[in-house]
Structure formats: structure tokens, C-alpha cells
Design a protein around this ligand. Structure first.
Ligand SMILES: Cc1cc2nc3c(=O)[nH]c(=O)nc-3n(C[C@H](O)[C@H](O)[C@H](O)COP(=O)(O)OP(=O)(O)OC[C@H]3O[C@@H](n4cnc5c(N)ncnc54)[C@H](O)[C@@H]3O)c2cc1C
Length: 406
């Protein structure tokens, strides 16, 4: 029997697994290797931060999904590939042989340019680690009044792309809820957002960045635009629970923050560069229109970790989602000895960005409307539809199979 191995439970693989469950491949052993059992859905993550969605509502249960797809599930972190031997190397598990491979492992914020960066900042990815810090912080705020009274508690967010802006607005919404529940003024919390460029949401038309700039200023978020964070050091131990850190920018600007989150440009996991697969200069896997590696046909890559030659697109979940079905179709074709078909990613896409207070802004091409409650309800409907396809995998559709969790 031939082996088809999927690495990572990203958005494209979630869709592929669901489709394999509905239309199983015969004579192929399907394996999913994932380092988590609950895969976060990026569209609802900021809403989870604001408290609009529970953990389960915005996470895909990969164990259920693997069972549905009749896939062997291996919970482990992939640390490399042995391409000559056609093996996946894991942190704990013995090497896993493959005939065809598909990689959908996302990306992580780039922290390479910040001195002391990795030590004092909380990257927004991996998401489980980020959520653990966030929840720990919320617990502390709820249990220790002192945190608010010594001086305003300062949160720093590095990166003013769509993710950073959405995170700032949703974190602020949650923190204001907490303060108001205790009868405290919103002035006890300050949010500082640092962005290298002069306009927010780089990559979007200038007008959209300006629209968000107005909104953030209106909401009292401190913007530091055109500021490149260079160094972060511990400033004082004044606060008993959370050290104060000094953010130093290239311009000489310094800001003291208690907690600092990193939402900078997507960067690739380092082991890919050593894997032997062709990558671009940022380390993302170069794939052609069939989603196969340009250097190693039979190895597919999708989502943030893939860079489609001649069709570069932003690193956004919406593209990973769109690649799910063509990936499934091409894996079926290659496993049946047929030629995979080309896929052309769309140029424009609808970005619905939640602004925290049950409102959203919509951006499409050069157009932007909102924020409005109506757009939030639309976004909420789209996101819930997406999650429902996994949550409502009907019992009768589930194949009772010899399912193993290694
Ligand atoms: C705050 C924030 C908000 C965002 N909001 C949006 C939004 O509203 N809309 C949008 O389109 N995009 C949004 N994005 C971008 C979006 O998060 C990414 O583009 C998207 O998650 C990429 O999907 P993916 O399928 O490539 O990978 P991911 O969704 O990141 O999934 C990768 C999976 O692989 C697993 N994995 C990673 N490494 C390994 C390994 N070595 N071994 C095994 N498993 C591994 C991970 O645990 C994870 O489950 C947002 C990003 C941020 C930071």
C-alpha cells in the first residue's frame, strides 16, 4: 500500500481531510502528523480573544477529523525531511515513510531583526502558546487588582498588518470588558502598536490603512507608525508580577510596556531550508500551479508555507482555505497515477476584519466599508459556516474504522 502523509493540520489540510472522509481513497494509507490536536481557525481567533467565541467554536478537532478521513494520526512535531529516503523526521516518533507528501504547517512571526526579541515577546504563533500566555494574563488581571493601580498597564503589539490591527482592537475590547466589570476606567490599560511603515495594513491600498488608522486613534490605541523596533530589554522589576520591558526603536523612540506581542511578517520554519526542497529567499516552499514543489514533484505545499511561483499572494488564511479543494483533487489524481491539474489563486479577496465591538470592516480591492454591526454579522455567519462543516460531520457519515493514535 502507498503512503500519503500530511504534515500539519492547517486550513487546507482540514478541508482535504474532510473531503477524504466524504470520498475515501482506496489502496492508500493516509497519515496526518500534527503537533496539536486542536487547530485554530484564523478567521475567528481575534473574536476568541475578544470573548465572542469559545475555544471549541474556533478550533477544529483534528482527532475527529482524522478519524472521519480514516487517517492514521500522529501527534508529534516534524523537525525535518530525509528526501533521498522519502521519510519525515519527527521529534519523538520514528521516521515516517511517504510516497507522496503534503505540507501545510503555516508560518510564525519574524523576530530575527529584534535584539532580545525572542526572550521578551510573545509571538502570536504558535497559537496554543500565545493563547496560554493571554489566558494567564487575563487570570492575573482578574485576581490581582494591584496590576491596574500601580500605573497604567501597557500592552505592546509589534506589527500593524491586518493581524496586528485586528488583535489590538480585540484585545482592547476584552480588557475594557474586564475593567468595566470591576468598575474601573479604561485608562488603566494602554495599547501601543508599532509598525515599520507609515501606513497600517501594508499591502492593502493606502486608503484602507488610513481608515484603520482613524479607527485605532478613535479607540485610543497609541500608534507608533514608521517605527522599527530594534531592541527589547528588561526595564524594571517594579511590577511584582510582570517585568516592565523597554522597547527601543531605530528612531530613538523608547516605550515601556508590560507585555509585548509579536505579529510581524510571516516567516518560514527553519528546518525547511535544510530539507532540500527549493525555497524562496524567505524560506517558503516554492510550488508550481499544481501545488507541487518545483524541485520535488509528489511533494505538495499549501497555505502560508507555500509560495506559488508567479502567483505570489499575501499570507492569509483565506488563500489556505481556497487551496484545500484543489489540493485534495490533485492528491487523488497523483495517487491514481494521473497528472495533477493547475490551480490559479484569485487576485482579489474579501477581507472582513473584526473591530472588537461586534463590528467589522470589509475590504475588497480598493474598496472599504464599515465598521458596522451588519458586516460583523456577515463575517460571523461566514466563519461559523466554515467551522460547521467540521463540527457537523454527521455520525452516519463517519466511517467506523481501525483508527490509531500513535
Ligand atoms: C491575529 C491574526 C489574525 C488573523 N486573521 C486572519 C483573518 O481574519 N483572515 C485571514 O485570511 N487570515 C488571517 N490571519 C492569517 C492566518 O492566520 C494565516 O494566514 C493562516 O493561519 C495560514 O493557514 P495555514 O493553513 O497555512 O496554517 P495554520 O493555520 O497556521 O496551520 C498550521 C498547522 O500546522 C501545525 N504545525 C506547524 N508546524 C508543525 C510541525 N513542525 N509539525 C507538525 N505540525 C506543525 C500547527 O500547529 C498548525 O496547526 C491572521 C493572523 C493573525 C496572526
Amino acid at each position: 500500500m502507498k503512503n500519503l502523509v500530511l504534515i500539519g493540520g492547517g486550513h487546507a489540510h482540514a478541508i482535504t481531510l474532510r473531503l477524504f472522509g466524504l470520498d475515501p481513497l482506496s489502496c492508500v494509507c493516509l497519515t496526518l502528523i500534527t503537533d496539536v490536536l486542536s487547530a485554530p481557525y484564523s478567521g475567528m481567533l481575534p473574536g476568541h480573544i475578544a470573548g465572542f467565541y469559545t475555544f471549541d467554536e474556533c478550533h477544529i478537532n483534528l482527532a475527529d477529523l482524522a478519524r472521519f478521513a480514516q487517517a492514521r494520526l500522529i501527534v508529534d512535531e516534524v523537525i525535518g525531511l530525509d528526501l533521498p529516503k522519502k521519510q519525515v523526521l519527527c521529534k519523538n516518533h520514528s521516521p515516517i515513510a511517504f510516497d507522496w507528501l503534503s505540507i501545510n504547517i503555516g508560518s510564525k512571526p519574524d523576530n530575527t531583526t529584534i535584539l532580545g526579541g525572542s526572550e521578551y515577546v510573545i509571538p502570536v504563533k504558535p497559537v496554543p502558546q500565545f493563547l496560554a500566555y493571554w489566558n494567564q494574563f487575563l487570570d492575573l488581571l482578574q485576581s490581582d487588582q494591584k496590576v491596574f493601580f500601580e500605573r497604567p498597564f501597557r500592552l505592546g503589539i509589534i506589527g500593524g498588518g491586518a493581524g496586528g490591527v485586528e488583535l489590538a482592537l480585540n484585545m482592547q475590547a476584552k480588557l475594557h470588558q474586564l475593567l468595566s466589570a470591576r468598575g474601573l476606567s479604561p485608562s488603566h490599560i494602554e495599547i501601543h502598536l508599532f509598525h515599520r511603515q507609515l501606513n497600517l495594513l501594508t499591502g492593502y491600498p493606502t486608503f484602507i490603512g488610513l481608515r484603520f488608522r482613524q479607527l485605532l486613534i478613535r479607540r485610543g490605541i497609541n500608534l507608533h507608525l514608521g517605527e522599527t523596533v530594534q531592541q527589547i530589554t528588561v526595564f524594571s522589576h517594579h511590577n511584582s508580577n510582570l517585568f516592565e520591558k523597554l522597547i527601543r526603536c531605530e528612531s530613538g523612540l523608547t516605550v515601556i510596556c508590560n507585555l509585548i506581542f509579536l505579529v510581524t511578517n510571516a516567516s518560514a520554519l527553519p528546518w525547511l531550508r535544510e530539507s532540500g526542497l527549493d525555497t524562496d529567499n524567505r524560506g517558503f516552499i516554492l510550488v508550481d500551479n499544481t501545488l507541487q514543489s518545483v524541485s520535488h514533484p509528489g511533494i505538495f505545499a499549501t497555505g502560508d508555507i507555500a509560495e506559488i511561483v508567479n502567483y505570489s499572494r499575501p499570507k492569509a488564511g483565506v488563500f489556505a482555505v481556497r487551496q484545500g479543494k484543489p489540493l485534495f483533487e490533485n492528491l487523488r489524481l497523483i495517487a491514481s497515477g494521473k497528472t495533477p491539474r493547475p490551480f490559479y489563486p484569485q487576485k482579489f479577496y474579501l477581507a472582513l476584519i473584526g473591530t472588537g465591538k461586534l463590528q467589522a470592516l470589509a475590504a475588497w480591492g480598493i474598496y472599504c466599508i464599515g465598521p458596522s454591526f451588519l458586516l460583523w454579522y456577515w463575517k460571523n455567519w461566514i466563519d461559523r459556516q466554515f467551522m460547521n462543516q467540521f463540527a457537523k460531520l454527521l455520525e452516519k457519515d463517519r466511517k467506523i474504522c481501525d483508527h490509531r493514535v500513535d
